[in-house]
Write a protein that binds this ligand. Sequence first.
Ligand SMILES: Cc1cc2nc3c(=O)[nH]c(=O)nc-3n(C[C@H](O)[C@H](O)[C@H](O)COP(=O)(O)OP(=O)(O)OC[C@H]3O[C@@H](n4cnc5c(N)ncnc54)[C@H](O)[C@@H]3O)c2cc1C
Length: 392
Amino acid sequence: MDFRFSDEEEAFRTEVREFLKAELTTGWDQQFDTETELGAMEQGDFARQFQRKLAQRSWLALPWPKEYGGLGATVMQQVIFNEEMAFTGAPTGFNMGVAWVGPSLMIYGTEEQKKRFLPAITGLEHIWCTLYSEPGSGSDLASLQTRAVRDGDEWVINGQKIWTSGAHRSNWGWLAARTDPEAPKHKGISMFLVPMDSPGITIQPLVNMAGQHGFNEVFFEDVRIPADYLVGQENQGWYQLAVALDFERSSIAGSARARRLLVELMRFATEERSFVGAKPEIRHRLAEVSIEIDIAKYLSYRVASLQQAGKIPNYEATIAKLYSSELGQRLSRTGIDLLGMHGQLHPKSKHARLKGMMERYYLMSVAETIAGGTSEVMRSVVAIRGLGLPRG
Ligand SMILES: Cc1cc2nc3c(=O)[nH]c(=O)nc-3n(C[C@H](O)[C@H](O)[C@H](O)COP(=O)(O)OP(=O)(O)OC[C@H]3O[C@@H](n4cnc5c(N)ncnc54)[C@H](O)[C@@H]3O)c2cc1C
C-alpha cells in the first residue's frame, strides 16, 4: 500500500481545512452546553446550520453517487474529510443514515427504496436510529425477540429495544426483528425501515454515567408498517445486518479525535510544567499514546483501502474498532493522571483544567468498548474470522 495521498487528495484536504477554518470561527465551541449530553451539540442551531452547509456541498455522504446527494468521491477523500472534521471537533453529529443505513440500502434496497430514502438522508430530512439491541440480546444479537408478523399489506411489530442512541431525535428507525420464530436463530431475522412516529412506539430516556441522555428504550406495541418497508429478503436480515456492522466498525475518525486530545494534553503539559514535573512517567505515556494513535490511524487506513478496492472489510474493521476504542480509554486515563485531582472536575467547576474535557472524555470513553460490540466479542471475531481459530 502507498501511504501517500495523491495531489488531488491533498488539494481536497486543503479545501476542507479552509472550509472548517472559515466556518468554525473563534468561540463556536463555547456555544454548546457541556452540562448536557455530547449529542445535544447536534441540536444546537449552530450544529444544524453547519450540517446544512455540509449537505449543500454534498459533503455529508461524500462517496455516495451524485444522484443520491453524494459527490461520488473516493473512499480516501472520505478518510481525509473524517480526519479533518474529527481533528477540529466539528459538530457533525453522528449520522447513522450516512454511516450504515444508506450503504446497506445501496446493497440490499429496492430501486424505489433507494430513490426515496437515500436523498432524504443526504438532505437531512430523515435522521435515523438503530434498533438492534434488546434487554436479553446484545452481544448475542441473533437471539433477538422483537417480532414482525405479516398481516396483509402490513407488518405488525411487537417487542422492546434498548440502548437506542438518538431515538428521541430520529424520525426513522433501522430495525432488526424476528420474522420466523421456528427457524434457527440466525435464519429468522429481517430488516425493516420504521417511521419513529408510528402509533404504538414509546420512547423512554436512559441517562448514562456521565449524566447524559444519549440512548433510550423503545417499546413496540402493535406497530403497523407497510409491507414494502422490509429491506432485502425476508429472513435474510442477519446477513445484511452483519454487513451493516462492518460499516459501523470502520473507526476512521477515532484516531483523529484522539490526536486532537493528545495535542491539547501536550500543550497543557508544556505550558503547565509543574503538572508533569511531579510525574515524569507521564512523558513516556504521552509518547506511547502518540505512537498508538498512529497505529490506530494505519489500521483505519487498511479498512479504507479495502473499501476503496470495492471489498467489504470484515475482521480488519473489527481490529480497527477494538484498537481505537481501547486506545481512547488509555488516552483518557493518561489525561486524567496528568491533571491529577483537577482531571476529575466537571467543566462547570472553576478549578477544572482543559475546560473539564478530560472528565467528560474519561466518563464517555467507558462506553467505547461496549458500543458497536464489546471488546471481548471483537476479540472473538478476530480469533475466528481473522486467525481461523475454532469457535469456543
Ligand atoms: C454508547 C452506546 C451506544 C449504543 N447504541 C446502540 C444503538 O444505537 N442501537 C443498538 O441497537 N444498540 C446500541 N448499543 C448497545 C450495544 O450494541 C450493546 O450494549 C453491546 O452489543 C453489548 O451488549 P449488552 O449490553 O447486552 O451486553 P452483553 O452482551 O450482555 O455482555 C455483557 C458482558 O458479557 C461479555 N460477553 C457477552 N458475550 C460474550 C462472549 N460470547 N464471549 C465473551 N464475552 C462475552 C461482554 O463482552 C460484556 O462484557 C449501544 C451501547 C452503548 C454503550
